[in-house]
Write a protein that binds this ligand. Sequence first.
Ligand code: FES
Length: 106
Amino acid sequence: MKTFILGRTKEEVERLVPENQIKTVRLGEEKICLSRVGNAYFAFERTCPHRKADLANGFINKFQEVICPLHQYRFNLVTGRCHQSNCQDLKLFKNEITPEGLKIYI
Ligand code: FES
């Protein structure tokens, strides 16, 4: 497991990851999505487990879910669970906001 740090302060991370938006970041070999709802940060795989749509083009709703832009499946950003039983869970990456930035564990 590798640890990446985004930003240098909490405030900088808030600017880099505006609330309810989806940002794509490259961490080493991997491109992932980042989102923030209030003070909670979510790091998750970029491609949808259903048919591989780019989740960076999706939406975040008020229930801490990402909605895929292609077929509108919803994935819980806390558990990774999809609301459709025929779909695999979304891969999540552990992260932690610190005074020195957002630590993301890949
Ligand atoms: S590709 Fe994401 S829901 Fe179908």
